[in-house]
Design a protein around this ligand. Structure first.
Ligand SMILES: Cc1cc2nc3c(=O)[nH]c(=O)nc-3n(C[C@H](O)[C@H](O)[C@H](O)COP(=O)(O)O)c2cc1C
Length: 342
């Protein structure tokens, strides 16, 4: 979960018998290297590193100007001069340069969001021995991932927190809830299917397994664990009734992602067409986010959250994991069973 955790949560999940994930999408090369060293030295059982593999955007001055114009009331209120705000990409896709850095660590699992890297780059990841996962939000995406080399597919239902992994379409009407998507993906592909989205307790795990999942991926339920790096403001929102209203929004990055509705989403509309292509929307919002956060407010903060926050508790990740694991057969949770991923 990029921006909400590092190796500490991944290690805690691994130690408790799950497959902990390190989100790499927002890490500098130096930070990624340091985190990989920690995981290699300390992880018990298999661990996962997650990358984004979106097409790199082309800077578009006119689109950037439209976006800043849409944000003008917030800049004016915050007393920030728009001209002083640098544009920037924010998140870089997986590349050969990243692969150079990752290869010596040969992570047991590498997962991707937004499809898969180019064939030659993916072949490189597979050559060093990592099991490759990626998210599918439709049956078509699951078939595409299988055909292009994914070893297992994550069926990411509409309930999921954070970015939709969608990559064959931008049409939100194609997106399915977990328990509609999962059995159809299971029927369509031969590779194992991991269920994601809205799973927060043993009953959710049991339901996913009954619908043919080989494992589950859980994000939101780990966000309030002490091992996560979720901010205090985000934690407070996750523990409040505000979680009853989440929406998909493009305002914070340019791609749809699910978060708790806040003032920016209410006033601009969560899918405002002025938001530029992923990930270019991020830079112009960043100083606004910082300004309001300095006042203890989340007006412009992405409060990523799935629809089901009933599993969010300020308890160690091992406790969340053991609660989820009660939904598995009693012998299924072992370091090689791959039951949950933070
Ligand atoms: C705060 C947050 C950040 C996330 N960041 C990523 C990410 O960097 N890469 C990724 O593949 N998925 C990311 N996701 C999505 C999760 O991998 C997963 O699909 C989702 O959390 C499952 O649904 P749930 O949130 O209802 O448990 C994120 C989810 C959350 C809540």
């Amino acid at each position: 979960m990029a921006g909400a955790q590092g190796s500490a949560l991944a290690l805690a999940v691994c130690a408790a018998g799950g497959v902990g994930s390190l989100p790499a999408a927002m890490l500098s090369p130096e930070a990624l290297q340091a985190e990989l060293q920690v995981l290699r030295q300390q992880a018990q059982g298999p661990w996962n590193v997650n990358f984004f593999c979106h097409p790199a955007p082309t800077a578009d001055d006119a689109a950037e100007a439209r976006w800043r114009e849409a944000l003008r009331p917030f800049y004016d209120e915050a007393g920030i001069d728009q001209a002083s705000v640098p544009a920037g990409a924010g998140r870089v896709p997986f590349s050969h340069a990243t692969a150079d850095l990752v290869e010596p660590f040969a992570p047991p699992v590498v997962s991707f969001h937004f499809g898969l890297p180019a064939p030659e780059l993916l072949a490189r990841v597979k050559r060093w021995g990592s099991v490759v996962l990626s998210s599918a939000t439709t049956v078509d995406e699951a078939l595409w991932l299988q055909a292009h080399g994914a070893d297992a597919v994550i069926a990411q239902g509409l309930e999921a927190g954070g970015h939709r992994g969608m990559f064959l379409t931008t049409e939100l009407g194609t997106q399915l809830g977990t328990f509609a998507l999962l059995p159809q993906v299971v029927a369509a592909v031969q590779v194992p299917v991991i269920a994601a989205g809205g799973i927060a307790d043993a009953a959710g795990v049991r339901a996913a397994m009954a619908l043919g999942a080989s494992g589950v991926q859980v994000g939101t339920a780990f966000l309030c664990c002490p091992e996560a790096s979720t901010s205090a403001l985000h934690r407070a929102a996750l523990m409040s009734e505000a979680t009853r209203h989440t929406e998909l929004t493009t305002l914070f990055s340019g791609r749809p992602a699910r978060g708790i509705v806040n003032r920016l989403m209410r006033e601009l509309g969560p899918l405002n067409p002025a938001a530029p292509a992923f990930p270019l929307a991020t830079a112009a919002v960043a100083p606004l986010r910082a300004h309001f956060e300095s006042l203890g407010r989340t007006d412009c903060t992405p409060l990523w959250s799935g629809q089901n926050t009933s599993g969010c508790r300020p308890v160690p990740a091992a406790e969340v994991l053991s609660g989820l694991a009660r939904g598995l057969d009693s012998d299924a949770l072992s370091p090689s069973a791959g039951s949950a991923s933070a």
